[in-house]
Write a protein that binds this ligand. Structure first.
Ligand code: NAD
Ligand code: TDX
Length: 332
């Protein structure tokens, strides 16, 4: 049994991870979360109080972080500003939370000699051409495109520097696009599902040829747990399930599932600097750690996710108008 400190544990992936830990281990969890607009305390509400405790605080607040890290065996660092479009409107929260926040976590784990797992994204590697065979690997060069991905790249570099030169015991993972329950409705898949469920139209950026490599959030959680259990200090693991889909394909699948004509969507302004394609080669995770995904069937996972949003209208509906008004300002 370990004591885990999970930063950003009230967010989409963090809350799914905490539930996964409760279901699959004996570990106790302290969640540190600032409860920004992206947090869902509801996602943790039914978890046992003797296993999960929540502290509201900022990961960039050295005093709070130091105190929590002191009583912890492992820190799993999810906390971040996570949406590319928001980073194009206002990059400062991304610099503060993703870069400064990670430095604060690193200093605390260094002082208390606590193991860290740093959660990052495949977007640090930039993008790929649609027709090239190459995929992202652990040694791919960093080439981030947006303030969000640049801030995550900066955080990754900080972690590696603290490992090499400051004696910190850390692992890193870079995962592809997640989908599943509790994802904020600003993101692509939940935005389109909730658009249809609220009588709005589906909004596709530009030509919609962009490709993303979709993984169910629970597979991300099991991969992080495998790295905590069997990962080697200083190593990076790419997490993905080899499931590339063009945005147009995803949009058509959502429209069909909800009984609409599959061409019944709007094309809206493209994202500035829009990455064309992400694709992960997960061989290292699979061969070295023996990890296997459990949700390989994307179409089934997408249908379950649609059902989940239909069943959780009370959670997302109050925020829908605000999110859509913000998009309307950029013609999206
Ligand atoms: P999210 O936006 O849903 O959740 C982020 C959580 O962090 C929220 O609960 C928020 O309140 C909290 N937070 C934000 N700023 C904070 C601060 N200063 N102090 C403490 N807590 C703070 O994001 P997500 O999609 O769950 O992503 C979680 C992590 O996984 C991020 O590090 C992200 O870069 C990474 N990641 C996400 C994806 C994806 O597809 N969503 C893919 C790969 C990696
Ligand atoms: O309304 C939309 N229409 C649309 O066509 C939205 C919100 C997005 N898109 C496109 C943009 C992307 O090509 O869909 C794709 C996915 O968009 P997002 O959900 O914003 O994800 P992405 O930018 O790919 O980043 C996600 O994956 C990597 C997460 O938000 C990041 O946190 C993670 O690091």
């Amino acid at each position: 049994m370990r004591n885990l400190l999970v930063t950003g544990g009230a967010g989409f992936i963090g809350s799914n991870f905490v539930r996964h830990v409760v279901d699959h281990t004996d570990d106790a969890v302290v969640v540190l979360d600032k409860m920004t607009y992206a947090a869902s305390p509801e996602a943790l509400a039914d978890l046992p109080e003797d296993r999960v405790r929540t502290v509201v605080g900022d990961v960039a607040d050295a005093e709070v972080v130091d105190e929590l890290v002191a009583g912890t065996d492992v820190v799993v660092h999810f906390a971040a500003e996570s949406h590319n479009d928001n980073s194009l409107r206002d990059p400062w929260p991304f610099v503060q939370t993703n870069i400064v926040g990670t430095a604060v976590v690193l200093e605390a784990v260094r002082r208390h000699d606590v193991r860290l797992h740093h959660v990052s994204t495949d977007e640090v590697y930039g993008d790929l051409e649609l027709d090239e065979r190459r995929r992202f690997e652990e040694g791919s060069p960093y080439r981030p495109s947006s303030p969000y991905s640049a801030s995550k790249a900066a955080a990754d570099h900080l972690v590696r520097a603290w490992v090499r030169s400051m004696g910190v015991r850390a692992t890193l993972s870079n995962c592809s696009n997640n989908y599943g329950p509790w994802q904020h409705i600003e993101k692509f898949i939940p935005r389109q599902i909730t658009n249809l469920l609220s009588g709005r139209r589906v909004k596709l950026y530009g030509a919609g040829l962009n490709v993303r490599d979709w993984i169910h959030v629970d597979d991300h959680s099991s991969a992080v747990l495998a790295i905590l259990d069997r990962g080697e200090i200083g190593e990076t693991y790419l997490i993905g399930v080899e499931n590339e889909r063009a945005n147009t394909e995803v949009v058509r699948a959502i429209l069909r599932s909800l009984g609409h004509d599959e061409d019944d969507f709007d094309r809206v302004s493209d994202r500035v600097g829009h990455d064309l394609r992400y694709a992960i080669d997960p061989s290292k995770l699979r061969t070295e750690l023996g990890w296997e995904p459990r949700f390989a069937d994307f179409d089934a996972g997408l249908r379950d996710t649609i059902t989940w949003y239909a069943d959780h209208r009370a959670w997302w509906a109050p925020d829908k108008q605000r999110v859509e008004s913000a998009y309307a300002e950029t013609g999206q």
